[in-house]
Write a protein that binds this ligand. Structure first.
Ligand code: HEC
Ligand code: HEC
Ligand code: HEC
Ligand code: HEC
Length: 351
């Protein structure tokens, strides 16, 4: 069933890509934007054609408003009024999650919502590196299949060093991004502005639906579902990252209200899921994550901000350790716990 996001996207696509990538020629850049480090989604789409199409169809390609005409939704207008903001794009409050800027091939400033580089890392430094396979006898090697193992190691290392977040080589850093944004904005924007208090991510289901763009592994064929092994790993780390970011949220909470309540519910729910995992299979990292999470009181500040931050950092380290130690092949016992639902409709790439 398409959610409201899907319906809006279809409307936007019908209106044409020109409307999507509104050029903001004279707009001031928000403080945090590192425009020059981004190459823009069209550049990625030159090679990753179906991934690009899938992204265009997803909610992530739609802007909450272009901010420069009167066409803002009531919801945005209400938040802007409640918080007495000048506009949502250039004051640095909303853009961290809702907007990105880059220059297109003609040098024009463009704006997108959550695009390839928001998740995979700003691309200027690595885009050419991650896709070049070296040369042999003075000729460029065209396919990863013909690349030397040494070149591959070097290419991956260099791309990662230049900020590439890859599903294979830096899994945690990549999916961590989901939780950074979907935890939702700060206490003031939620409690006073009326913004939704983030969204509860069930990572497996959320990666399986409208966000899915697994066309690389099928050489631009089908949009591959997650493998059973990958589902198990993502189930565990998704819940653990949710708890981690929930605790980070507590350190930013100062009062009772919807913001705090959202965090309490989030942590309670994801901790409950981790305990179900623990009941099925004895995993050192999961046991440690539960212990760390339970050491943090679910109140403003998480009791002590210093201790809560340290617990969150240590949970993150356990997540990295879990991914390094488990490829999912030994975790079949948790299959009954993993959602088979699709969050939104996956693209076929042939739309
Ligand atoms: C010139 C063509 C080209 C461009 C442009 C390009 N890519 Fe790629 N990309 C590739 C190729 C080829 C591979 C497969 C490399 C391999 O087999 O190891 C790949 C692989 C990937 C992967 C998969 C890595 C993994 O762990 O499996 C990601 C993610 C990715 N690219 C993201 C991007 C993003 C984001 C952009 C834009 C900033 C981009 N690419 C631009 C050619 C390109
Ligand atoms: C920390 C990240 C973050 C910040 C900062 C943030 N938002 Fe959001 N916002 C989100 C996420 C994530 C959603 C989607 C929640 C969902 O539907 O699951 C969202 C949804 C919305 C929606 C609901 C409509 C829609 O498209 O789904 C509006 C309106 C909105 N935000 C406005 C704003 C405004 C205005 C600001 C600045 C005052 C702001 N947001 C700041 C993360 C953020
Ligand atoms: C830069 C912030 C940001 C990041 C990173 C991000 N999202 Fe989102 N996401 C949003 C916002 C904002 C919306 C709401 C878009 C709208 O409706 O206008 C959204 C919407 C969605 C939706 C559709 C709405 C829904 O409730 O079903 C899904 C699914 C989703 N995101 C999944 C993910 C996943 C999975 C990741 C990580 C791989 C991720 N997101 C990373 C900001 C982000
Ligand atoms: C919301 C975050 C997000 C956005 C936006 C996003 N990706 Fe991804 N991407 C991911 C995640 C997470 C995975 C790993 C999914 C999995 O393993 O099932 C992935 C996987 C990939 C892969 C490997 C697919 C395969 O078959 O293994 C490529 C290539 C890729 N992305 C390129 C892109 C390009 C190009 C764009 C923009 C058009 C883009 N991504 C937008 C998060 C994102």
């Amino acid at each position: 069933m398409p959610g409201p996001g899907m319906l809006r996207v279809l409307g936007t696509v019908a209106a044409g890509t020109a409307a999507l990538f509104v050029a903001l020629l004279l707009a001031p850049l928000p403080a945090g934007a590192v425009e020059e480090e981004r190459v823009g989604p069209e550049r990625c789409g030159e090679c990753h054609k179906k991934e690009y199409k899938a992204w265009l169809l997803s909610s992530h390609s739609t802007l909450i408003t272009d901010g420069y005409d009167e066409d803002v939704t009531d919801e945005v207008e209400q938040i802007v009024e409640e918080l007495e903001l000048f506009d949502v794009e250039s004051d640095g409050i909303c853009d961290v999650c809702h907007y990105n800027y880059y220059r297109d091939v003609l040098g024009e400033q463009e704006i997108t919502a959550t695009d390839c580089e928001t998740c995979h890392g700003p691309g200027a430094g690595w885009v050419d590196v991650h896709s070049s396979f070296g040369a042999e006898n003075g000729k460029q090697i065209r396919s990863a299949a013909d690349e030397s193992p040494e070149h591959r190691r070097q290419r991956v290392r260099e791309s990662l060093a230049r900020g590439w977040r890859s599903p294979t080589h830096s899994t945690v850093a990549l999916v961590n991004q989901c939780f950074v944004c979907h935890l939702g904005p700060d206490e003031e924007i939620v409690n006073d502005g009326g913004h939704v208090a983030g969204s509860r991510i069930d990572l497996v289901s959320w990666l399986s639906g409208e966000i899915r763009h697994n066309f690389q592994r099928t050489a631009q064929g089908e949009n591959a579902p997650l493998t059973p092994e990958r589902r198990r790993v993502f189930h565990v780390i998704g819940r653990a990252l949710d708890v981690e970011h929930g605790i980070r949220g507590l350190t930013e909470a100062y009062s009772q209200g919807r913001f705090l309540k959202g965090l309490q519910e989030r942590i309670g729910e994801s901790l409950g899921e981790l305990k179900k995992v623990r009941a099925k299979i004895d995993l050192e990292e999961v046991t440690e994550i539960i212990r760390l999470a339970e050491s943090v009181p679910l109140k403003p500040g998480g009791g002590s901000r210093v201790k809560a931050t340290s617990a969150a950092d240590r949970i993150h380290a356990q997540v990295e350790r879990f991914v390094a130690n488990h490829d999912g092949s030994q975790l079949a016992a948790i299959d009954p716990l993993i959602s088979t639902e699709l969050r939104g409709k996956p693209a076929t790439g042939n739309e």
